[in-house]
Design a protein around this ligand. Structure first.
Ligand code: FES
Length: 110
């Protein structure tokens, strides 16, 4: 029972893409990561070309308001240093799990 209540908790976020604002509702466990959510809901072109390996950098996003405890994982830091050195508040969407930390955040596709 605890598993279902945690998995089905609603997550609401805002995504800015191509001069439009999208209000998205999802829940933990519906998508493997933020890249999958964005591709599925917004049908983005050329987004996430390496399929989530954290290498291509095409899934780069700027995130405002994300809760603590969401540091870089795997090779995300190295890729961001290569493609966007010195820019803050950016992440690779493929490296971000869809969970409660995304509630009420604003995400801009870059
Ligand atoms: S899909 Fe390539 S870095 Fe995220």
């Amino acid at each position: 029972m605890k598993y279902y209540s945690a998995v089905n908790k609603k997550i609401c976020l805002t995504i800015l893409y191509s001069s439009e604002e999208y209000q998205i509702q999802t829940f933990a466990g519906e998508y493997r990561d933020l890249k999958c959510l964005i591709q599925d809901r917004l049908f983005t072109d050329d987004f996430g070309q390496c399929g989530g390996m954290g290498r291509c950098g095409t899934c780069i996003v700027r995130i405002c308001g994300m809760k603590e405890g969401s540091g870089f994982i795997r090779n995300e830091g190295t890729t961001l240093q290569r493609i966007a050195p010195g820019i803050e508040d950016i992440r690779l969407a493929c490296q971000i799990p869809v969970d409660d930390r995304l509630s009420n955040v604003t995400i801009a596709l870059m």
